[in-house]
Ligand binder design. Sequence first.
Ligand code: ARG
Length: 461
Amino acid sequence: MKKPWGGRFKQSTDSLMETFSASISFDKRLYDCDIEGSIAHCKMLARCKIISTTESKKIIKGLERILRECNEGRFKFSDSLEDIHMNIENRLREIIGPVAGKLHTARSRNDQVCLDIRIFLRKETDDILSELDRLGKTLVDIAKKNIDHCIPGYTHLQRAQPVLLSHHLLAYVEMLLRDKERFLDAYKRINVMPLGSAALAGTNFPIDRKITAKLLGFPEISHNSMDAVADRDFAAEFCSSSALTMMHLSRFCEEVIIWNSSEFGFLELSDAFTTGSSIMPQKKNPDAAELIRGKSGRVFGNLVSLLTLMKGLPLAYNKDLQEDKEPLFDTAETVKVCLRVFTDMIKTAKFIPIPQKELESIGFLTATDLADYLVLKGVPFRDAHEITGKTVAYCIENKKVLADLSLPELRKISKRIDKEVFDHIAIKNSMDRKNIYGGTSKKQVLGQILRLTKKLKKKKR
Ligand code: ARG
């Protein structure tokens, strides 16, 4: 097939080279962004009188027809036309004839592809922001519904202190809101219009870049043509925000997997988000959570691919940059689907309340509260820590837990202890006493539920 750049070539492209250099197999997904950009460019060319209104109308009609062909799966993509830009331009020529050749006035594929990615990333970021919101709202809902539900909080995966399940879940909402902020911030740098940079130096034609930007809803135009066609830092930022979101999701998944085990039994995943084993009939595996945890790896990898891709490139455009697309597409797809699946999985999971007796019997969750109680009684914290440590050792030796101890037993350990101690080491009171901003008391957590509900209601952008 005749190449749009074929003028100076005497020999045709080697067929292996043709397949090797083609990006159409993956960049075809940019067709709608590419057409949107081309229509705006064409309107601008007409308004600046670089092409006539009749020509512009003809071109736009042709582009709209191509959009329909693509949407309906009727468009025939061809490897020999390399990429989405040349595939569309070639088809335009088939439909409207030689006037199609005017569309590429004052433009290069270098600024065109950059525009396409920016339009693509704006849409993907919007979708991800909505998904982050949906997950945040779902978690706040679960937190509200299970407000009295207590679990052991862990450090080093060792039972540490009692916390409200809601407090634990809202910790993830905080992370998700920061993720949202990162995507929103990266959005500002994605939202810059590069067209007019042409190949690298700008263009000779008296175009009006602001018109194109306005037509496409970009609040800003790029300020340096070389930077505009060469850099992909905005794409790396998208990948880095995505990597952090996946890290958070993966971490949460790890907990879901542990909590769903028979050993923990804090929650039960619904049948809809688990799968069976082909050999062990009793199994119900948390595959959704495992897959999300697993998929975080490719998203981290995509970020590294992109950074590595860019680190040695002389200005301005180099064909290496064609390799930016697959990691970007994969990142966007993966993050979106993982957020969707995670939200539905957690929404349908059943959180199993842990009876008070069981919480008391599983360890020494309120040992710190005993120490704090001694401090109230005038014992310096370090001594109180020591005394409580001895109490725990005494319990272990005698196969008891804190709640089993009688007042005489406790008074043997320290004379300062009196009967109010039981109030202090009760699980619920332990949490209620953490009534400090950011703490796990019910009052504080209810306050956070209100705050987060308001924050999640705010318009996304
Ligand atoms: N397919 C190319 C890419 O993805 C488009 C830009 C090609 N420009 C060029 N001068 N070869 O980067």
